[in-house]
Design a protein around this ligand. Structure first.
Ligand code: HEM
Length: 473
């Protein structure tokens, strides 16, 4: 008997989780609750501003229609979501165990947890080692929550922010505000190293049909309380958590001129490639896609814009034609580490089930300027405001980061790091598989990370019905 397709209530699920809020700009306001009683009362006025999935879908359609009608200007659209940390729930007097150990522990503790933790580089602080984060993210017990505001312009975001500040006045204090911006012109949709991002998202059953090559994902992998949800330690989650999702935020600084210099110094000079082509190939093999987004498992020797632009091709691969050879894609490519698809370990296809996350990040910071490019040295702060959603942080983000990207012995002994995001305090920073003609050759990665974590927190993005009940006075 086949399992019926679950019906999801899109009016109840915050819009950033499944669909994503439409954005050219995004502001994250990390706040402390200074007066819980009045915050609970004032929240009532914020709830009508929260963008549901129904609204987010309508916004995406409005943008598509606007473009299809030949318009080049941007529709004025604002989006707002809200999420709370464990200390935020506690500050509001919500004592329930929501069934996620890492959420309860908080990201600062996770990043400070030595070999069991995220692996963020540390700074010595008396007798302990703290992650080398920005001070705003290291305030103990804070932030209590985060308000996400998106828009087609900074002005639209400011307007909404002012409205929220007025409504919440006297009940919250801003700990820090972080602003993201989609990159300009033809780089829109590309992260700062230049690669098209967010091409592979899990097709959640009941939300959208899979494109060719995509594996359907149970809604409970992303949404709490839905089919497939697995709380930590078999905890029965409180009913109000249903249709919420755990939001992982990470401020990840990217060292772009340094990354480009590394590519320039280590070209793969197989089959008569020029140095420039060899550097481009190394970049593609480190990432697992060409800058256009074409997957190297399909297109191992040259970029392919047709594959990149076709939703039925861009994820139509699973490494099954390259299980051990790494001729098409290295084991350690960022793409293959973070989603090994049908890769090497027996049973991995099943393991993959609860490893899927929905990524909704946005770049931040300016483009590389000519001085930075010439000196191969970053002067300005830029990177990715990484956001991902899952129903269980240990199964999703944390497992991908710790057990796959940080683990030099995944998927095979001695494979090496995910050169893009791999973090590990103790192991030498080495990767393999980059030269398709000699995949056992190791490539030493510079001591300075290409991507350095600068802060973050674990949040719960509650359903709209939860906001209207448990969170109100
Ligand atoms: C600055 C840091 C990062 C950069 C520059 C980056 C870049 C990219 C790019 C260009 C892609 C390919 C586009 C796509 O397939 O959607 C990708 C895919 C992906 N990334 Fe990242 N990423 C970063 C951080 C992370 C982190 C922290 C995680 C999780 C721990 C992560 C998990 C993934 C996953 C799951 C995929 C999709 C893999 C697939 O389904 O084939 N990324 N990333």
């Amino acid at each position: 008997m086949s399992t019926p397709t679950p019906t999801l209530d899109f009016t109840n699920i915050q819009g950033d989780i499944l669909e994503g809020l439409a954005k050219k700009f995004e502001t994250f306001v990390f706040f402390a609750i200074t007066d819980a009683t009045h915050f609970r009362q004032r929240l009532k006025a914020i709830i009508p501003l929260i963008t549901s999935t129904t609204q987010a879908l309508a916004n995406s359609k409005a943008i598509a229609d606007h473009k299809a009608n030949g318009n080049c200007d941007l529709l004025k659209l604002v989006g707002t979501n809200i999420a709370f940390s464990q200390t935020g729930l506690t500050a509001l007097g919500i004592e329930d165990n929501v069934g996620d150990t890492l959420f309860s522990k908080g990201q600062l503790a996770d990043a400070s947890d030595g070999v069991n933790g995220l692996g963020d580089p540390g700074v010595v602080n008396g007798s302990t080692v703290d992650p080398a984060w920005e001070p705003a993210f290291k305030e103990k017990g804070l932030p209590h929550g985060c308000i996400l505001i998106t828009g087609e312009s900074k002005a639209t975001i400011s307007e909404r922010l002012q409205e929220i500040e007025t409504k919440l006045a006297g009940t919250v204090k801003t700990i820090t505000q972080v602003d993201g911006n989609v990159r300009p012109g033809t780089e829109a949709g590309h992260e700062h190293f230049g690669f098209q991002d967010c091409l592979s998202q899990p097709p959640v059953i009941g939300f959208r049909e899979p494109n060719t090559g995509e594996q359907p994902t149970e809604p409970g992998d992303i949404l709490i309380g839905e089919q497939g949800d697995e709380p930590d330690n078999g905890v029965t989650r409180p009913t109000w958590t249903k249709d919420g999702s755990f939001l992982v935020f990470r401020k990840l600084r990217q060292f772009v001129p340094e990354f480009n210099e590394f590519l320039a110094k280590n070209p793969i000079l197989d089959n008569g490639l020029t140095p420039a082509q060899g550097s481009e190939l190394l970049g593609a093999r480190l990432m697992g896609r060409w800058k256009s987004g074409a997957p190297i498992d399909r297109d191992p020797t040259a970029d392919n814009l047709t594959d990149a632009k076709d939703v039925n091709k861009v994820n139509d691969f699973d490494y099954s034609d390259d299980l051990t050879a790494q001729v098409r894609c290295p084991f350690t490519a960022h793409l293959r580490k973070t989603n090994p698809r049908a890769s090497v370990h027996p049973g991995l296809t099943n393991v993959q089930k609860n490893r899927r996350i929905i990524r909704q990040g946005i770049p931040y910071g300016p483009e590389v300027d000519s001085e930075e490019a010439q000196t191969h040295t970053s002067k300005h702060d830029r990177g990715l405001l990484f956001v991902c959603y899952q129903s269980n942080i240990s199964n999703g983000f944390s497992f991908i980061q710790k057990s796959w990207s940080n683990n030099p012995n995944f998927p095979a002994t001695g494979s090496g790091f995910d050169a893009i995001i791999g973090l590990n305090i103790d192991n030498p920073r080495v990767t393999t598989g980059m030269d398709p003609q000699n995949v056992t050759t190791s490539l030493a990665l510079p001591q300075q990370l290409f991507v350095a974590p600068r802060g973050g927190e674990y949040f719960l993005s509650p359903s709209i019905s939860a906001l209207k009940t448990i969170f109100l006075a």
